[in-house]
Design a protein around this ligand. Structure first.
Ligand SMILES: NC(=O)c1ccc[n+]([C@@H]2O[C@H](COP(=O)([O-])OP(=O)(O)OC[C@H]3O[C@@H](n4cnc5c(N)ncnc54)[C@H](O)[C@@H]3O)[C@@H](O)[C@H]2O)c1
Ligand SMILES: [Zn+2]
Length: 358
């Protein structure tokens, strides 16, 4: 089977398979990539419901020994405690050092699974099998994992590149509307990171995207993955000044909103708001015309988004971002991104005021 993309790294290059109905090839691909015989499959309540039966059947058909581990769904599961519980279950079941862990789920399962795999007996083989829009276009590629700490999001984690990524677009059929929007929120950064015409595509195909039309979702995922795989190939561990950190456009404000909402607002939703607010800061600086920001706002309205910002004051966001010191990746005309740390409280207030008017 031909992969859609290849992440090219010095030591651990790996393929990304993307298509409709690929889950049934999971066992075959694990064989092809010489995944160890013992495979732990990690899923959460809803990814398990959508894909676990198919994944286990595919693995068993290819002769793998499987252990299925489940966890509740939601961002709160991204905790050191959850990782500890998974380690305990794996030790009790006698999972050997020569084993693999497959993360079958969204970004939460991917991040928890990656960290669990990277630390269990100093590292298992890892496979990403993303089942949400957000994880198929972004989080499953790049090897970053992590859990949250009361003092910050994603602050405990490691890099563990998967052996391969298998994205089955057909699994998105069962995704709730809210999670399609969440995925779209993360996707809306890509027009500013190298593919401006993706915004046209999204505007034109918004109806098809929300209907989870497989060929539309696949074409959209291809465009995102093209950017993500290139950036990761150039900058595996986020060490370059203008490398994969550019994907964090919209994330400074986004992370603040997500954390202050105590994860009531989902990651992709918060990034959606973050891109709009940070885009407006660029507009005020004269770095970008206001057209793209108004187009994002109009997508927000067409989707009838009403993210609940109750209890999240401008002052609390300002405090969380500790304005004047924190890095921002600000978008600009012609896809030029600027990495800055001099956004003033007034600029941030203007960006947030724009959000308030949505
Ligand atoms: N590691 C990275 O590089 C990276 C990049 C971006 C985001 N992230 C992280 O990803 C997380 C967000 O990921 P997400 O949006 O996928 O959230 P998620 O993993 O919480 O999934 C969203 C919801 O969809 C459900 N679900 C999963 N697959 C389903 C299916 N096929 N059908 C029906 N329901 C299904 C889940 O159970 C969950 O309730 C955040 O924690 C974010 O920090 C990580
Ligand atoms: Zn993100």
């Amino acid at each position: 089977m031909k992969p859609a993309f290849e992440v090219r790294l010095k030591a651990n290059s790996y393929p990304v398979y993307l298509g409709n109905g690929l889950l049934r090839s999971l066992g075959h691909l694990c064989r092809h990539h010489e995944v160890p015989e013992y495979v732990v499959v990690l899923s959460d309540t809803f990814s398990g419901r959508a894909a676990l039966k198919g994944a286990l059947a595919a693995l068993r058909r290819s002769g793998f020994r499987t252990l299925s581990l489940g966890m509740p769904a939601g961002e709160r599961q991204k905790s050191p405690e959850r990782v500890g519980q998974l380690h305990t279950a794996m030790l009790r079941a006698g999972v050997p050092r020569q084993a693999a862990l497959i993360a079958l789920g969204g970004g939460v399962v991917g991040d928890v699974g990656g960290f669990t795999a990277s630390t269990y007996r100093r590292g298992l083989t890892f496979v990403q099998c993303p089942t949400t829009l957000l994880s198929q276009v972004d989080s499953s590629v790049g090897g970053k994992n992590g859990v949250n700490h009361p003092l910050g999001k994603n602050v405990i984690g490691s890099y563990l590149q998967p052996k391969f990524v298998l994205s089955d677009v057909a699994l998105l059929q069962t995704l709730p509307r809210r999670e399609v929007i969440t995925g779209l929120g993360e996707i809306l950064k890509y027009p500013f990171v190298g593919d401006p015409s993706l915004l046209d595509f999204i505007e034109k195909n918004l109806g098809q995207i929300m209907k989870r039309d497989q060929s539309t979702l696949r074409r959209m995922a291809e465009r995102c993955l093209c950017i993500k795989t290139q950036l990761v190939s150039r900058d595996e561990k986020e060490q370059r000044a203008r490398g994969r950190n550019l994907l964090n456009v919209g994330h400074t404000v986004g992370h603040a909103i997500e954390t202050l909402s105590h994860y009531r607002i989902h990651h992709g939703e918060a990034v959606f708001l973050g891109i709009i607010a940070e885009g407006w800061i660029s507009v005020r600086r004269g770095w970008m015309t206001d057209e793209p920001v108004h187009r994002l706002a109009s997508i927000y309205r067409r989707l009838r988004c009403r993210f609940n910002l109750d209890g999240i004051s401008t002052a609390s966001i300002l405090k969380s971002v500790s304005s004047g010191r924190q890095k921002f990746i600000l978008p600009g005309d012609g896809g030029r991104l600027s990495v800055v740390n001099d956004v003033t409280p007034d600029e941030l207030r203007e960006g947030l005021r724009f959000l308030g008017g949505l």
